[in-house]
Ligand binder design. Structure first.
Ligand SMILES: Cc1cc2nc3c(=O)[nH]c(=O)nc-3n(C[C@H](O)[C@H](O)[C@H](O)COP(=O)(O)OP(=O)(O)OC[C@H]3O[C@@H](n4cnc5c(N)ncnc54)[C@H](O)[C@@H]3O)c2cc1C
Length: 289
C-alpha cells in the first residue's frame, strides 16, 4: 500500500507561518531541489521525512517592487517570472538564463536557490556582490540578515524552522556608475551545473576605484568573497597596474580550495577561477565607461 504523507497548501502566508510554528515541516517552493534530494528508486515516489508545506503559490512571496533605491524580490518568484520583470538587473537575468532549461526555470525560485545553499548555486555569486539582504518572516515578525551570514555551508542555512524566506533585498541596486559582471563556466551555456562561477562589481569615481566586490562560486564549500582583498583595491586608479592585479590573484589563490568531483578537477577550477579574477580586473568595458 502506498505510504501517506501530510501536505499543507494554505491560501495565505499567515496561515502557512502559523502551521510552521506548530509543526516542523519541509518547505516546498518549486521543488526542483527538494524532489532530487529525496529521490528514491525508479518509479518510487520521493520519501520526504516530514510533512510538506507548499509555498510556491503564495502571492505575498511573489511580489517584485522598488523601495527607493532598493529592489525587493519575492522569494517564490520563479526564474521565468524574473526574466519578464523589467526592474531585475541585467546581470541577474544573464545568470538566470544559464540555469537549467525552461521547464526547471518555470518551477525553480530565487528563494529556493538561496535556501538550498549549493556551492554551485548560480544566483549566489551575484547576490553576494549585490550585498543581498534576506527578509525572513515568522509568526513572531520579520528579521533581515545578510546573505553571507545566512548561508553557513553546503546546504546549511541560518533559518529557524518556523521561518520562511519572504524577500531578497538588493540594496541600492540602481546605483549609478557601477559595473557588474557574471560569468559561469560549465559544459554548456545553459542546462549545466557550474564548474566555476564568478561575479564582480566595481564602482568608479573617474578613474579611481570607489568600491569593488569579487565573489567566486563552486570553488569551496560556499561562496568565496574577501572584504580584506577588496579593500586593498579601493583608491587605486584604473587601468590597474600588473602588480596590483597579481597581488589580488595571489591572495585569492591562497583562499580558494576547490575539489575534484564528477564535474571538474580542483586544478581546472582553480586555474579558471584565477583567470576570471584577472579578466575582470583588467576588463576594458568599464574602463571606457
Ligand atoms: C535538472 C535540474 C537542473 C538544475 N540546474 C541548475 C543550475 O543550472 N543552476 C542552479 O543554480 N541550480 C540548478 N538546479 C537546482 C534548482 O533548480 C535551483 O536551486 C532552484 O532555484 C531551487 O528552487 P526551488 O523553488 O525549486 O526550491 P525547492 O526545491 O522548493 O527548495 C530548495 C530548498 O530551499 C527551501 N526553501 C525553498 N524556498 C524557501 C523559502 N522561501 N523559505 C525557506 N525555505 C525555502 C526548501 O525547503 C529546500 O530546502 C537544477 C535542478 C534540476 C532538477
Amino acid at each position: 500500500m502506498a505510504e501517506k504523507i501530510t501536505a499543507y497548501r494554505f491560501e495565505r502566508l499567515d496561515q502557512t507561518l502559523s502551521q510552521l510554528n506548530k509543526e516542523d515541516c519541509a518547505i516546498m517552493a518549486g521543488g526542483t531541489d527538494v524532489m532530487v534530494l529525496h529521490k528514491s528508486g525508479r518509479g518510487v515516489p520521493p520519501k520526504i521525512p516530514k510533512p510538506i508545506v507548499f509555498i510556491d503559490h503564495l502571492s505575498e512571496l511573489k511580489r517584485v517592487y522598488q523601495n527607493q533605491k532598493d529592489l525587493h524580490i519575492g522569494a517564490c518568484c520563479t526564474y521565468s517570472e524574473l526574466l519578464e520583470e523589467p526592474c531585475i538587473p541585467i546581470p541577474l537575468k544573464n545568470a538566470i538564463k544559464t540555469i537549467a532549461a525552461p521547464a526547471i526555470r518555470n518551477r525553480g525560485t530565487l528563494g529556493g536557490n538561496i535556501c538550498n545553499a549549493s556551492p554551485a548555486g548560480d544566483t549566489l555569486p551575484l547576490l553576494y556582490v549585490y550585498n543581498a539582504k534576506l527578509l525572513l518572516r515568522s509568526v513572531h515578525g520579520d528579521r533581515v540578515v545578510a546573505i553571507s551570514d545566512f548561508i553557513q555551508g553546503p546546504r546549511r542555512v541560518g533559518r529557524n524552522p518556523n521561518e520562511i524566506l519572504a524577500e531578497i533585498i538588493l540594496p541600492s541596486v540602481v546605483e549609478e556608475g557601477s559595473h557588474v559582471v557574471f560569468e559561469k563556466v560549465g559544459n554548456r551555456n545553459a542546462d549545466a551545473i557550474a564548474k566555476v562561477s564568478f561575479a564582480g562589481y566595481i564602482r568608479l569615481n573617474g578613474t579611481q576605484i570607489e568600491e569593488v566586490r569579487l565573489c567566486l562560486g563552486a570553488v569551496g564549500p560556499t561562496m568565496v568573497r574577501s572584504i580584506d582583498i577588496e579593500k586593498k583595491l579601493v583608491g587605486k586608479t584604473i587601468p590597474l597596474a600588473d602588480a596590483d592585479i597579481a597581488q589580488v590573484v595571489s591572495a585569492f589563490d591562497k583562499i580558494i580550495k576547490p575539489i575534484d568531483d564528477q564535474r571538474s578537477t580542483a586544478l581546472y577550477r582553480k586555474t579558471v577561477a584565477i583567470n576570471l579574477i584577472r579578466y575582470f580586473l583588467s576588463m576594458k568595458q568599464y574602463q571606457t565607461n
